[in-house]
Ligand binder design. Structure first.
Ligand SMILES: [Cu+2]
Length: 150
């Protein structure tokens, strides 16, 4: 019994302290699980912010505005398919979140668009956005910039 416990800790130790740099960067499967993140971008260009927000209130709430100090303009967007079957996106005035429910902002769906970035965004930067809700008021999020998440 004592031997197996020692072995267990030895495995923990070696897997946690490996000096192979590949082991320190997240694997594809781990990246896929990350829900809160922002896309890299170049100054003057765009970035997207993606996250899951849970409405902690027992009444419905509405996301009415978004803001980021890192972009000249920030909007709520939704992706859609045009009549010509092309991918497009447009501004969405608000998102309703039912009581105690989640909204998911993700690639190809609802997202926060950061336009005219004030500076380049790249790993390991993070993006701060403020969500303005009718009920909850201002909710600040900090999202890591991830470059190799498609
Ligand atoms: Cu967009």
């Amino acid at each position: 019994m004592k031997t197996s416990v020692t072995l267990f800790f030895a495995i923990l130790f070696f897997s946690g302290c490996g000096d192979d740099p590949k082991k320190n960067s997240p694997q594809k499967s781990e990246l896929a699980k990350i829900e809160n993140w922002a896309r890299p971008g170049v100054q003057g260009q765009m970035s997207g912010a993606y996250f899951v927000y849970r409405n902690p209130l027992s009444i419905a709430d509405t996301l009415i505005s978004v803001y980021s100090p890192q972009a000249m303009m920030t909007q709520i967007h939704e992706s859609y398919t045009t009549e010509d079957d092309l991918a497009g996106m447009r501004e969405k005035a608000e998102i309703i979140v039912q009581a105690n429910q989640n909204i998911t902002l993700e690639q190809g769906g609802l997202h926060v668009m950061l336009m005219n970035l004030k500076t380049d965004l790249q790993e390991p930067d993070s993006v701060t956005i403020s969500l303005i809700f009718n009920q909850a008021g201002k909710v600040d999020l900090t999202l890591p910039v991830i470059s190799n998440k498609k």
